[in-house]
Design a protein around this ligand. Structure first.
Ligand SMILES: Nc1ncnc2c1ncn2[C@@H]1O[C@H](COP(=O)(O)OP(=O)(O)OP(=O)(O)O)[C@@H](O)[C@H]1O
Ligand SMILES: [Mg+2]
Length: 635
């Protein structure tokens, strides 16, 4: 082996650059973060040829004192932390003190800066293996401009991985979008090849913030969101989450910020998915822009060189808080929330309503009212329920007699009525009067006027024609009632006739001992009968027909990964969903007008009533302006 040598500063920096500087967008991220850390109110980003030829970021922040300029470009030099204590409570975006050193080792970088106390600006650049800094006088207002030319000119291997100009620019644009979402108080501009692509003024008022979200994530997104703002035990979660009907085919409109830093995190992703579980159609992805604010000392940001990941000191608390907040917000969604945008369109923004523009980010095609995506080709709800673990289909083993027995057990426990007598028939005795349609008190879903082919209810509402999928709507109402009824009872546990013996890993086996109480709460009694063997003795009564082995394995996997499991609830709800489907009004049943109105009122009062149990929409609106358009009728 050759002797051990010290790497030259440039080579050491180039190696470090391998971790953080992947493409032009990574450079933009680091430079904009520096600008924001410097307290900039304005950040201008300019790129040429997707950023490969030039990236220039200019800010009006504090600037760097002339004496500090050589240090700004050297590795392990930062003004942001000075001790381990600082690191553990860091609130700035940067702290590693190596971004500029890394970038300048793989490009031609110049930094020009001036502080308020300086008469004139100075410029710094580095050269050679030793990366010696050269300072020269320059002209610049208070603030900083960093220019990065010819990225990877001296690292051909890296350069080969660059994609087309368009792709690289898309990454830059996405990066600026994230930064602009992270700091409403700063203005941003983005130019590509001398063309202005994005220009955002500081957004101080709530309305300005929504405008910015609209500009960055699409007007349709902001028109279809619920506003969140919750606080508990030192945590605050605020932002916008899309209604389940505004779901996406990809997870491409999901922004989560922790103390202003955009992150990707499995724990967070899991909590959000769990909150949407009951309302999202198969394989669709929720859309959201969310901000979590926590005490910086309770989150470790020094986990990954690009700082895209964090570690929470109390992950479970954070998971729970996110889940609960979103779950509640989604449960509270009522037809009113859906109609907000539509009514505004129909009456206020005539021009915008016409043509139903696509959001800038490209919503799924075939959008109907204010962006609600139409889900093509759904099979009958009863047949589409995939089992837990994605393989087994427990509900198939459920016979009608089981279901009826379950309903009866609910009734016996003071629960709700049997499915046959559920909501629709209640109404016959108490017909709902039909007040004039322009009344301010008009219910959101309006009043029924007819039934179409035994499938749809047609109702007249303030904004236009409301069409309700009778079966889907009733299914959700029944389902929510059954869930409530079940929640009022304990999850009864029932012994298996023959205990199920399971081969598992040692870790999983140990888990059943340490988490015995939690498992018991889920109605599972599991005993460790060998180092790698378990005996499942009891399961929730309701799930005795399910695939017990799969259920137990999934629960253990959840406990290992998330410290908790919602499988039992998920599978239980899936079963209730199937039962609700069978217990709900079928197509071709003729309903009277009062029955239909009663169903509409139930929908308005029911949690998550905008989607059936399978996440399909239960109703849609055809606005007056959409109808006018069909008839070429100007109003
Ligand atoms: N736009 C700017 N305005 C003011 N000071 C800046 C700016 N950019 C960089 N600096 C100064 O230069 C230092 C080095 O920046 P650099 O990005 O290399 O490291 P950092 O931000 O401290 O940490 P990290 O490597 O995590 O980004 C910063 O600590 C800051 O003092
Ligand atoms: Mg930095």
């Amino acid at each position: 082996m050759p002797p051990i040598r010290l790497l030259s500063p440039r080579l050491a920096n180039q190696i470090a650059a391998g971790e953080v500087v992947e493409r032009p967008a990574s450079v933009v991220k680091e430079l904009v973060e520096n600008a924001l850390d410097a307290g900039a109110n304005r950040v201008d980003v300019e790129v040429e040829q997707g950023g490969v030829k030039l990236i220039r970021v200019r800010d009006d922040g504090s600037g760097i004192a002339e004496d500090d300029l050589p240090l700004a470009l050297s590795r392990h030099a930062t003004s942001k932390i000075a001790s381990l204590d600082d690191l553990e409570a860091v609130a700035s975006l940067g702290f590693r003190g190596e971004a500029l050193a890394s970038i300048s080792s793989v490009s031609r970088l110049t930094l020009t800066s001036r502080t308020e106390s300086q008469e004139a600006a100075s410029r710094v650049e580095v050269e050679g293996r030793e990366m010696d800094a050269r300072i020269s006088p320059a002209a610049h207002p208070v603030g900083t401009t960093v220019e990065v030319r010819d990225l990877f000119f001296n690292t051909p291997a890296r350069r080969k991985f660059l994609r087309t100009e368009k792709t690289e620019f898309n990454h830059v644009e996405e990066c600026v979008r994230r930064q602009a979402l992270s700091r409403f108080d700063a203005g941003f501009t983005l130019r590509h090849n001398q063309r202005v692509v994005q220009s955002l003024r500081p957004a101080d008022s709530p309305l300005d913030r929504e405008r910015r979200i609209g500009a960055l994530c699409g007007q349709q997104f902001i028109d279809n969101t619920v506003v969140i703002d919750a606080e508990a035990t030192g945590l605050r979660l605020w932002g916008w989450v899309a209604l389940p009907t505004f779901s996406r085919s990809q997870a491409d409109l999901q922004y989560f910020f922790v103390n202003g830093r955009v992150i990707r995190d499995r724990l967070v992703a899991h909590a959000v998915r769990q909150a949407y579980r009951d309302v999202l159609y198969n394989n669709r992805h929720p859309a959201f822009v969310l901000y979590l604010e926590v005490d910086p000392a309770t989150v470790d940001v020094n986990v990954h060189p690009t700082k895209h990941e964090v570690r929470f000191r109390d992950g479970r608390l954070v998971h729970d808080f996110i889940f609960r907040t979103l779950h509640k917000a989604l449960a509270d969604v009522r037809p009113d929330d859906h109609l907000r945008g539509a009514v505004a369109q129909s009456f206020g923004r005539e021009a915008a309503a016409h043509g139903n523009p696509e959001p800038a980010t490209g919503a799924p095609t075939g959008a109907s009212w204010n962006g609600q995506p139409q889900v093509p080709n759904y099979s009958h709800p009863g047949g589409s329920g995939a089992g837990f673990g994605g393989q087994s289909q427990p509900q198939q083993e459920w016979r009608a007699s089981d279901q009826m027995a379950f309903y009866q057990s609910l009734n016996a426990g003071g629960g709700s009525e049997s499915p046959q007598s559920m909501p629709v028939s209640d109404a016959v005795a108490t017909p709902v009067p039909t007040p004039p349609v322009d009344s301010d008190q008009e219910p959101p879903l309006g009043y029924a006027i007819a039934q179409l082919h035994g499938i749809y209810i047609l109702a007249q509402g303030r904004a236009g024609l409301i069409v309700v999928d009778m079966h889907a709507a009733h299914e959700r109402i029944t389902y929510e009632r059954m869930k409530r009824a079940l929640a009022e009872q304990d999850l009864k546990s029932q012994p298996l006739l023959v205990p199920l013996s399971l081969a598992v890993s040692q870790k999983e086996a140990a888990l059943t001992e340490s988490h015995g109480e939690e498992l018991q709460k889920l109605g599972l009694q599991i005993e460790r009968i060998g180092p790698e063997t378990l005996a499942v003795r009891q399961v929730p009564a309701l799930l005795r027909g399910a695939d017990t082995e799969q259920l137990v394995r999934d629960v253990l996997a959840d406990l290992i990964e998330h410290g908790q499991s919602d499988r039992v609830e998920a599978v239980t709800h899936e079963l209730l969903g199937t039962m609700a489907c069978h217990g709900s009004v079928r197509a071709n049943r003729q309903l009277t007008i009062p029955e239909m109105n009663s169903l509409l009122r139930d929908m308005e009062a029911t949690e998550r009533s905008g989607q059936c149990n399978h996440g399909r929409p239960t109703w849609t609106l055809v606005t007056m302006s959409e109808l006018d358009k069909l008839f070429l009728r100007g109003r």
